[in-house]
Ligand binder design. Structure first.
Ligand SMILES: [Zn+2]
Length: 461
């Protein structure tokens, strides 16, 4: 069996893609877009590191763009097999790819190049999907099968277990943090010969979610007293639903007064509809609320705005009010219009709930800059800026280490040489320092062989 790392490896966090070559089949785990720096994005215009026509199956861990964004190019380049994903992942793939068409077209126009893919190519991709539920073993040939188990990262996300040639391979995909109230805990696995582990937070730990939730409650109380506007830039998928879930909880328990809350993002609203469609994939806590008749995505004052007319009308609503909109790092989207209007008032609050990458407007605001440029206008920042870090949909170092240690509790505890006892961990999907730190911790603390492969590297297992 041969493995080829085709993205999100060697210090690069995006473009997730690993090719597995068995005696008679080629399987691709994820087919993500490279995002971020110019050099990284240039990789999207290079040919794939394998022949797309020869790939038999694609298995998807989840529907973030850095795991699915090159599917249109794959199909265009001749891939004709099946794409397997959980039902929520399949539904999210369509809305995420469709939303990206618009963004990528705009970007390509600015740079004077052709967009990476177009709408009709998204339609072609969707014809290849076949959905598979969590915990269902799917046989692909006499000597090849796979199983999705909950990764607890976003709704329907999966850890993938592949069995072939007497070996078991486990791909963590992006692993959840185990503390998000709406998302189930990541599945505990204890059998694998080789694990391919993400390392986004391989060198850090998160603030406790309880602390973040306390801050949210405080800023909502303050905004009511100050009669101001609370702006929350948020990712459309998962983060927004987690925030709504928490606000719903506070509202239902009368911890906060009733006030207008706008989710001003067509993509977030479409994603929320998909969450509603699949209660089966929610956490036990969320399911229990539903069984008691609590609609977790509805409370007094909550409104979802879609058209730009509806978005503009938010301005006319008297404060206090809350506006949740994308993008999460204020790099575009409707949040910019609200920030332009409201950042210069000291009674308003900007709450940052996601990671802010260097170079983004969100990062400048997080660092306390007092004057920023938004859509070519200079804006004074008088509003209070608050940050929380507990709302991460990624496992932190502590959680990743505990998750790996589980593999020593299976057949390993009886016989280290047996099939199914973990022999090696390939650390991927992290910045250089994160991946290296995690890999050496796995060697030192768990005593396991670990490696941080580079993009393009091939390994025989
Ligand atoms: Zn992800």
């Amino acid at each position: 069996m041969k493995i080829k790392f085709c993205g999100a490896a060697g210090g690069i966090v995006t473009g997730s893609s690993i090719l597995i070559e068995t005696k008679d089949k080629k399987i691709l785990v994820d087919c993500g877009l490279f995002q971020g720096s110019r050099e990284e994005e240039a990789r999207n215009r290079e040919p794939f590191l394998f022949e797309p026509k020869e790939v038999d199956f694609v298995l998807l861990t989840h529907a973030h763009l850095d795991h699915i964004g090159r599917l249109p190019q794959l199909v265009k380049a001749g891939f004709s097999g099946k794409i397997f994903a959980t039902p929520p992942t399949a539904d999210f793939t369509r809305i995420i790819l469709e939303d990206s068409v618009r963004v990528l077209e705009e970007k390509a126009r600015r740079e004077g190049i052709l967009p990476v893919f177009a709408q009709n190519e998204v339609d072609h991709v969707m014809k290849h999907f076949e959905t598979v539920e969590h915990n269902e073993t799917k046989k692909l040939s006499n000597d090849l099968s796979f199983k999705f188990q909950d990764a607890g990262h976003i709704l329907g996300s999966a850890v993938i277990e592949i069995e072939s040639e007497g070996k078991k391979l486990v791909f963590s995909g992006d692993l959840g943090n185990g503390a998000m109230p709406l998302t189930p805990l990541p599945a505990v696995l204890n059998e694998a010969d080789f694990v391919f582990l993400e390392s986004t937070y391989g060198d850090r730990n998160h603030e406790a979610i309880s602390e973040s939730r306390g801050i949210i409650e405080n800023v909502v109380e303050d905004i009511v007293v100050q009669k101001g506007v609370l702006m929350i830039p948020s990712f459309a998928l998962e983060r927004t639903q987690q925030i709504i879930y928490h606000l719903n909880d506070l509202a239902e328990r009368h911890k906060i007064p009733s006030l207008p809350v706008f989710v001003d993002s067509p993509l977030a609203n479409a994603a929320t509809e998909i969450y509603r469609r699949y209660p089966k994939y929610w956490s036990a806590e969320a399911k229990e609320k539903k069984s008691r008749g609590d609609d977790i995505f509805a409370f007094s004052g909550l409104r979802f705005t879609n058209s730009s007319k509806e978005s503009k009308e938010i301005n006319k609503v008297e404060s206090p009010k809350i506006i949740i909109a994308g993008s999460g790092m204020s790099q575009g989207g409707r949040i910019l219009h609200h920030e332009m209007k409201y950042l210069s008032d000291k009674n308003n609050i900007l709450l940052l709930v996601t990671y802010q990458a260097p170079g983004t407007l969100g990062r400048r605001l997080a660092e306390g800059e007092k004057t920023v440029e938004i859509l070519d206008q200079e804006i004074e920042v008088a509003a209070r800026v608050e940050k929380i870090s507990g709302y991460s949909s990624h496992a932190d170092q502590r959680f990743l280490m505990d998750w790996i240690k589980n593999f020593q509790k299976g057949v390993c505890s009886k016989d280290k040489d047996r099939a199914g006892c973990l022999k090696k961990v390939f650390v991927v999907h992290g910045e250089e320092k994160s991946s290296q730190t995690l890999a050496s911790l796995i060697r030192d603390e768990v005593g396991l062989d670990s490696q941080t492969p580079k993009i393009g590297e091939e390994i025989n297992l």
